[in-house]
Ligand binder design. Structure first.
Ligand code: ZN
Length: 442
């Protein structure tokens, strides 16, 4: 199969033709603007893909003679495929209607239905320009082997499988009998309740056994849970440390859902790699994060999405949400101002394409980042190069246009450095390559 790309101009060093997508081949792309993910954009840039990785990248004028017989295509803008490092593939709004309807997740057959729905959610995510996702609780991790085999079209999936939570904590389901939740937890689900150091260690081993590439814990309560408060600290310091240490023994890092300040600081003390949400971030938290090189994953997309579309939120959650909304906006701006490292994470969870937080809308996070003070180039680094750093050694070399990195690339019809919202419309993402293979061509 051959897929045409724009042929507006001829490169100096090589003929500009259409791309041969029968992979295993070597091909080149010339871009009016090449955005490397980290570092300065290159006007009239060029890149060569060999098999699944980037073989060469630089200025069009410097294309080595070795590639003189190579076929080059031309696109307006080329950048790395994006990363969303906080997603949940749980079929929400199709399988269940979210909070208040959560009993459905425990019914026989539901996991199969979620898996089926997740197939299209993964496709929508890839078509939106996201070539990698970190899933912090959900079912994409169970589906990932089929993605890896090429049976299902989707991004690279790095899943935590389950969410580690204390009994009664943010990851528990407070309106379902505990024995039901414990049975669900033990059967391999997105919930993993554990209490005490020994159970925490065993649960880390169990989720890694299931395929977890990262460990997710809740070191505070949450907004979208019934009977706890986002300011509550959850897990003792000894439990948090046990989780981080056990994960590290298998080369995994830990992502902490952390909203209240005490729980953020406890997670940082224990050695987590990323702080998810980080609502009560202040100067002290920012300094500790910078010192420990911990990444903030602010999930503005869900917060701003619920701010405008949270009408069906149960009142108990609404009260909590209203309390943290402005605090989260202010602390996000502070984090940007103080130079805390930030990776794009949205908390995207909805399988209803009409929902504002549907899978495929992930790039909205870049818009919110620029609203809060980032430049477009900073927002793109957040969405690309910073993503893999939330996974430690488990991440593939991806997120940058660099030699030896995976050829995870997107071509864009307009320049996102002029208008970041270009990235929020999947129709502007004209081409998506994952591992050198072309998955989308408009
Ligand atoms: Zn989440």
């Amino acid at each position: 199969m051959r897929v045409p790309l724009p042929q507006r101009q001829r490169g100096a060093a090589a003929a500009v033709v259409e791309i041969d997508v029968d992979q295993g081949s070597t091909f080149g792309i010339i871009a009016d603007i090449l955005i490397p993910g980290r570092g300065e954009p290159v006007v009239n840039g060029a890149l060569v893909v060999k098999d699944s990785t980037i073989d060469w990248v630089g200025s069009k004028d410097d294309i080595p003679d070795t590639y003189s017989s190579l076929r080059f295509s031309r696109v307006p803008v080329l950048m790395p495929g994006m990363w969303d490092v906080h997603t949940h593939f749980s079929g929400t709004d199709i399988v269940s209607q979210g909070p208040g309807d959560s009993y459905k997740m425990f019914l026989p057959g539901t996991a199969t239905l979620i898996g089926a729905v997740t197939v299209d959610d993964l496709r929508a995510t890839l078509m939106a320009g996201f070539t990698s996702v970190r899933e912090l609780g959900g079912y994409a991790g169970d589906v990932a082997p089929a993605v890896d085999k090429g049976v299902i079209v989707g991004p690279h999936v790095y899943s935590s499988m389950s969410v580690l939570s204390i009994t009664g904590g943010h990851g528990d389901q407070h309106d379902v009998p505990l024995q039901t939740v414990l049975g669900f937890s033990a059967s391999g689900s997105e919930i993993a309740l554990c209490d005490g150091v020994d159970e925490c260690i065993k649960t880390v081993r169990q989720v890694i056994r299931r395929g977890a590439k990262v460990i997710k814990i809740c070191s505070t309560g949450g907004v979208l849970s019934l009977n706890d408060q986002p300011e509550d600290s959850q897990f003792s310091p000894a439990e948090l440390k046990a989780v981080v240490d056990e994960a590290a023994r298998s080369g995994r890092v830990v992502a902490a859902h952390a909203i209240g300040k005490n729980g953020i600081m406890a997670a940082l003390d224990a050695g987590v790699r990323s702080i998810e949400h980080g609502v009560y971030l202040d100067e002290e938290v920012a300094a500790a994060m910078k010192e420990k090189n911990v990444t903030l994953v602010p999930t503005r997309h869900i917060i701003e999405g619920l701010a405008t579309n949270g009408g069906d939120m149960p009142p108990v959650m609404r009260v909590k949400f209203d309390r943290v909304l402005q605090i989260s906006r202010d602390s996000y701006k502070l984090a940007i101002k103080l130079g805390v490292k930030i990776a794009l994470g949205t908390d995207t969870y909805s399988s209803d394409r009409k929902h504002p937080i549907s899978h495929g809308t992930n790039a909205k996070e870049l818009y919110w980042a620029c609203e809060a003070g980032m430049t477009p180039i900073q927002a793109i680094e957040m969405a690309t190069a910073n993503g893999p750093e939330t996974l430690g050694s488990q991440a593939r070399k991806s997120g940058q246009l660099k030699v030896g990195f995976d050829a995870d690339l997107i071509a864009i019809s307009h320049n996102p450095l002029d208008d970041i919202e270009v990235l929020t419309k999947p129709k502007n993402i004209t081409h998506v390559w994952k591992g050198g293979k072309l998955y989308k061509s408009l």
